[in-house]
Design a binder for this molecule. Structure first.
Ligand code: SF4
Length: 438
């Protein structure tokens, strides 16, 4: 008879929340709890919530309601948990509510309501921990929180100021992941370039050697592990320039996800962004000179309060000049508790939608042109999956999982998932490439 206490787990939200979920699951599994995929089979359910925008709040509250209806014993964690009494007001019967990045608190609540088993099955735990992403790529969170105070964002309220993980701990986790078969490490945080600022770039240790808690040192060490290393949420601070030669030498993936949000100095100021579009253009030009293969991704917000047609035109001009490879665009919507909610001159909804459509149309032509230039090239791809039609779907160095395009590989059904392959690009559209096995 199996007395293993069983936990159901619902993970909502961004990659950072996913990393929290993985840490909690890894610890629970290490203590001998089973993790089951249905409410019926679970003795208790943990819901990791997102509270970033109103739609995410609604989704999280619905998920908690469903777990209560189907199972009855529910512990809530994540960003929504940090938002005062929102959860308890609607769902007073939840067993416990914690904020984000609160692995210890979640475990304590689980122990209270579902005592830990006496004989932990430590040997059942894979050395890399429990990964919710496919085994061949993994998110690696290097810090928590943020020192900026962008007007539209409540992350610092929810997660606090920047706290960098010790450099040795990050590298140890990365090493274990790579040893257990992970081929691509996706480096995430709220502000990757700021890594180490909170500890004044103090010197840590990895495998007995001293190493600064600094993005350049960390990236150089990660580059030596033999996996693809992809950097997300990198603000263009001066020291980011030091990473570009590593990309040109193929040590780091030639890929930078730089969240710029706007290009009009007026709007950037109103947003309280730590950036300036003029210098961003200059940086981009220099980066591409050093590393012509560099893929640049960014996100933008249109319809921020006070955005005039002139501001928006400036943004379009920036995009036309910068020729970014990948662009995400959100139409501004207020987030409960964000300082931007107090700003005058809201942009009417239909104008926001129209600007978003215009921006995406411009970017589609830029993206299509840049992808077309790849026709005929030989690329290395990481095979992600085989779809229902039997087509193989991979990603090149230019494609981050879930947010960018993919490479469809024709006539290659026997390519193994999670392995690298060489392909020749034969066609392209606005977002994706089409290739044959080389
Ligand atoms: S940099 Fe700005 S948008 Fe990003 S997490 Fe920090 S405050 Fe929020």
């Amino acid at each position: 008879m199996n007395h293993e206490p069983k936990i159901g787990f619902v993970s909502l939200g961004c990659p950072k929340a996913l990393v929290d979920s993985e840490q909690i699951l890894t610890r629970l599994r290490a203590e001998g709890y089973g993790v089951v995929p249905t409410y019926e089979a679970a003795d208790l359910v943990v819901v990791n919530t997102c509270g970033f925008i109103d739609a995410a709040v609604t989704e999280s509250l619905e998920a908690i309601g469903e777990a209560l209806a189907e199972n009855g014993k529910v512990i809530v964690t994540g960003c929504l948990g940090a938002k005062g009494s929102v959860v308890r007001d609607l769902h007073p019967s939840v067993l416990a509510v914690t904020g984000p990045h609160a692995c210890e608190d979640v475990l304590a609540a689980v122990h209270t309501h579902l005592p830990r088993p006496h004989d932990p099955f430590l040997d059942l735990l894979p050395p890399q921990g429990i990964k919710l992403t496919p085994r061949h790529y993994a998110y690696l969170k290097i810090s928590e929180g943020c020192n900026h105070r962008c007007a539209f964002c409540v992350i610092p309220q929810l997660r606090g100021d920047l706290v960098s993980r010790p450099v040795g701990e990050v590298l140890q986790e990365a090493e274990i992941l790579v040893r257990s078969g992970v081929k691509e490490l996706l480096i995430i945080s709220q502000d990757t370039s700021a890594y180490g600022v909170d500890v004044r770039y103090r010197t840590g240790f990895w495998n007995g050697r001293p190493l600064k808690t600094h993005l350049t040192a960390l990236a150089a060490a990660l580059a030596g592990l033999g996996a693809w290393v992809r950097l997300h949420y990198v603000y263009p601070y001066p020291h980011v320039d030091e990473l570009i030669p590593l990309m040109a030498e193929n040590k780091l993936l030639p890929y930078l996800d730089v969240p710029l949000q706007h290009a009009s100095p007026r709007i950037l100021k109103a947003m309280r962004r730590p950036a300036n579009a003029g210098s961003a253009l200059e940086r981009i030009r220099r980066w591409r000179e050093i590393c012509p293969d560099l893929t640049l991704r960014s996100t933008f917000i249109v319809g921020f309060p006070g955005e005039t047609e002139q501001d928006f035109t400036r943004l379009l001009e920036f995009l036309a000049e910068a020729e970014l490879d990948r662009v995400g665009c959100f139409s501004y919507s207020p987030v409960e508790g964000a300082p931007a909610n107090q700003l005058p001159d809201p942009v009417p909804e239909e104008v926001k939608q129209e600007r978003q459509a215009r921006l995406m149309a411009l970017q589609a032509t830029i993206s299509a042109r840049r992808l077309k230039e790849k026709i005929g090239r030989i690329l290395t791809v990481l095979v992600d999956c085989i779809d229902e039609e039997g087509d193989v779907i991979g990603r090149s160095t230019a494609d981050a999982p879930e947010i960018d395009g993919v490479v469809y590989i024709q006539k290659a059904a026997n390519l193994p998932v999670g392995e690298f392959a060489k392909v020749r690009v034969v066609d392209a559209d606005e977002h994706d490439l089409y290739a044959e096995r080389f």
